[in-house]
Design a protein around this ligand. Structure first.
Ligand code: NAD
Length: 356
């Protein structure tokens, strides 16, 4: 019998896959729990128009495993999980749908905790919070950290500094040429931070209004979206889509460093090898972009959300990136493999503690 999903669950060691339905409100959702070795499985709730059920399930599974690695490498004591609702967030999202999903999350008794993701907002999280206490990303008036884009941007900037020290022997961003793709919730504060530090930034976004605003308010140059990755620069900084580093774009890169917030930047793992072969230092996405989740999960620590502690921990991404670079150099492996190895070591440690 062919069973691609069960085979995938076994191959990558998933703990649980829950299918969630409610006929009355039209819910079709998935909760994927990859690991609870380090703590409750945590990861956002995505709402998206998937082409098939299988695509939705695989997306939840892949993202859940990614969260396990992200938390493990970031030194956060949480496991990896992810949830998705199948549907168009612009036209099909209803209070009933969110509440029904909230009840499924509650029924897991804290094994999975949720948050904002593509297609869901902080307001949606407040609705879910009415049904389950297991919501991490919340507005400030509910005891949460509020918007996390600026913390993600700050974390990426720390990773950039570690990369600059490795490549150029100095951390300051003054005078560094950065090609920045995507001016959204993370890309915009990232641009502000870079301009403030004196970097020379060129930007691109498919949304013309955002590009015009960047030109007007921050005096940066812009290029068409299809050209940004090929700009001559020190750092190519992807803050938009996944899969931007691939067989087509990598030969066109004219940078020494790739460091940004976009998730799943490597089209495939082999593209990480290709970057290393070209002598380009790649900041593994889940190391560089962990700032937002480090920031908002601070509320789970002793004493509840503490802004000062949260920012301090986001700042540690710089040290984490240095560790990855050192390991990669010592073992002669690409940085994406070094990051996986750091995460796997921490997971193995957590498992061995459970045996005591
Ligand atoms: P967003 O939707 O707010 O912004 C994305 C921006 O990219 C938009 O302005 C969009 O117009 C632009 N864009 C889309 N396609 C483009 C293209 N082809 N060329 C140029 N620009 C394009 O998203 P965000 O929250 O800023 O997240 C950006 C990336 O970082 C995503 O990959 C996301 O998964 C990842 N990420 C975000 C966070 C966070 O805190 N929000 C945390 C970790 C990772």
């Amino acid at each position: 019998m062919k069973s691609p999903i069960f085979d995938y669950l076994v191959r990558y060691g998933y703990k649980k896959l829950v299918l969630c339905t409610n006929r009355e409100v039209g819910l079709r959702g998935v909760i994927a729990i990859h690991s609870t070795d380090l703590g409750p499985a945590t990861g956002g709730l995505r709402m998206w128009t998937y082409a098939s059920e299988e695509e939705a399930i695989m997306d939840a599974l892949r993202l859940a495993r990614g969260m396990t690695y992200k938390y493990a490498a970031a030194g956060v004591n949480l496991g990896g999980g992810k949830a998705v609702i199948i549907g168009d967030p612009k036209t099909e999202k209803t209070e009933g749908l969110l509440r029904a999903m909230g009840r499924f999350i509650q029924s897991l008794g804290g094994e999975y905790q949720t948050g904002e993701d593509v297609g869901t907002t902080l307001d949606d999280m407040e609705v879910l919070y009415g049904e389950t206490e297991h919501v991490v990303t919340l507005p400030e008036h509910c005891g949460g950290a509020g918007p996390i884009g600026p913390a993600t941007a700050y974390g990426v900037q720390q990773a950039m500094k570690a990369c600059c020290e490795e490549v150029y022997g100095s951390e300051p961003m003054k005078g560094r040429r950065v090609a920045l793709q995507g001016l959204g919730a993370v890309g915009w504060p990232a641009l502000e931070g870079l301009v403030k530090e004196g970097a020379k930034v060129v930007v691109a976004d498919i949304d013309r209004a955002k590009v015009d605003r960047a030109r007007r308010q921050l005096g940066v140059k812009a290029v068409p979206p299809g050209e940004i990755h090929a700009q001559p620069c020190d750092i190519f900084a992807p803050y938009a889509l996944g899969g931007i580093l691939n067989t087509r774009t990598i030969p066109e890169l004219r940078c020494k460093i790739v460091c940004g917030s976009a998730n799943n930047q490597l089209g495939e793992e082999r593209h990480g090898d290709l970057l290393a072969k070209r002598g380009i230092l790649y900041a593994p996405d889940y190391i560089a972009n962990a700032g937002g989740t480090i920031y908002d999960t601070d509320r789970l620590q002793k004493g509840g959300f503490n802004r000062e502690r949260a920012w301090r921990n986001v700042g540690r991404i710089r040290e984490r990136m240095k560790e990855v670079i050192t390991l990669a150099r010592r073992e002669r492996i690409p940085t994406y493999r070094a990051a996986d190895r750091l995460a796997e070591e921490r997971l193995a440690m957590a498992r061995s503690l459970k045996l005591i």
